[in-house]
Design a protein around this ligand. Structure first.
Ligand code: NAP
Ligand code: ZN
Ligand code: ZN
Length: 347
């Protein structure tokens, strides 16, 4: 077993504390990672605070992991010691079902093993990236672009792929108008990626306070959802809306922003369900969909795309002692635009 330094929480809302956790000894296809940075995703907060139901405490969250390879198992083929390496939201899947075979492991019919708060295929609970070392099967690890600093790369492993996947699937590109709802960790990545894909990007934020940043990241337009005239001025204008809101909103006004055959894709995961009026779907023949992260193949494609376009996250680097404060600031929408923990502070 490999002992690592981590930060854990023992109950919903309880503060994080230093903890030692055991990771498995390297199997033949396993890679040992020296973590450099771990991003804080709003999903970590929903989970740690018990907002999504049952949690296996003590919990070590973290699924935006960037670092370097420290050691490899005897049969590892695609990584060498010293390589840059990343891990995202899942660390295993059945590898046999139709979705795994299609490279959509996150939708594994037999249940993907998530990076934390999951039970691994060895029967052990999984622990995430708020720690200094990680062990993963090479088939669930990613190659990180050399061109980007590791702290700016970590958030791509969840926020980046969560936006890239629906933007690709629903055809964000030249000649298409794309609105990103909420400019937080996911949203700011969505603006950068959609702009790099060639789309005309609008940010819909609850205020105009981040307007200058939105423009700098690639948005052509920035509008406040707290202002009712926004919904009149932008009526039937958008081909695609990707919503990252972590809090519940009424869907109806947003559907009214879609052009004929437009699509509304929800990636934010508030605790309460939203209602859809089916007649309003027919009015502009719009689609309402959801999307969950992305498979390993598409995550690698996203990382290569971001490397080629120089797209990293805008980050605020913190120490391990500041996780609780950072959580409160994320919930208050007071983050520009992702907190990333410096893993050298876990020891
Ligand atoms: P975040 O950094 O907190 O961003 C969420 C944004 O939502 C905020 O910046 C804010 O944007 C807006 N918002 C928050 N509270 C609001 C309120 N009360 N009313 C209106 N707008 C509000 O969170 P994140 O890490 O980007 O994650 C966003 C959501 O996506 C979370 O629910 C998370 O669990 C989920 N998620 C889903 C996936 C997936 O695979 N589907 C992956 C990762 C995360 P403005 O200030 O610009 O309005
Ligand atoms: Zn996440
Ligand atoms: Zn499967």
């Amino acid at each position: 077993m490999i002992t690592v330094h981590a930060r854990a929480t023992d109950a919903a809302g309880a503060p994080f504390h230093p903890a030692s956790i055991e990771r498995r000894a390297l199997g033949p296809r396993d890679v040992l990672i020296d973590i450099a940075f771990a991003g804080i995703c709003h999903s970590d907060i929903h989970t740690a605070r018990g907002e999504w139901g049952a949690v296996r405490y003590p919990l070590v969250p973290g699924h935006e992991i960037a670092g370097t390879v420290a050691a490899i198992g005897t049969e590892v083929e695609s990584f060498a010691v010293g390589d840059r390496i990343g891990v995202g939201c899942f660390v295993d899947s059945c590898r046999r079902c139709v979705n795994c075979l299609a490279g959509e492991e996150q939708y594994c019919r037999n249940g993907a093993t998530f990076t934390y708060n999951s039970i691994g295929r060895d029967g052990q609970p999984t622990s995430g990236g708020y720690c200094d070392r990680f062990v993963v099967d090479e088939r669930y690890a990613l190659h990180l672009p050399e061109a980007l600093p590791l702290e700016a790369t970590a958030p791509l492993l969840c926020a980046g792929i969560t936006m890239y996947s629906p933007l690709r699937r629903w055809g964000a590109g030249a000649g298409r108008k794309v609105a990103i709802v909420g400019m937080g960790g996911l949203g700011h990545m969505g603006v950068k990626i959609a702009h790099a894909m060639g789309a005309e990007v609008t940010v819909l934020s609850h205020s105009l306070t981040k307007r200058q940043d939105g423009r700098r990241l690639g948005a052509s337009h920035y509008a406040a959802t707290s202002d009712p005239s926004t919904f009149e001025e932008l009526a039937h204008s958008q081909d695609l809306i990707v919503s990252t809101l972590s809090a519940h909103v009424e869907l109806e006004p947003y559907l009214g922003l879609l052009a004929l055959d437009g699509a509304y894709v929800n990636v934010g995961l508030p605790e309460v369900p939203v209602l859809v009026d089916t007649t309003s779907l027919g009015r502009s023949r719009v689609a309402v969909s959801g999307s969950m992260i992305g498979g390993i193949r598409e995550t690698q494609e996203m990382l290569d795309f971001c490397g080629a376009h120089g797209i990293g996250a805008e980050v605020e680097v913190i120490g391990a002692g500041d996780i609780d404060k950072a959580y409160d600031r994320v919930v208050a929408s007071d983050v520009r635009y992702r907190f990333v923990i410096d893993a050298s502070t876990f020891a």
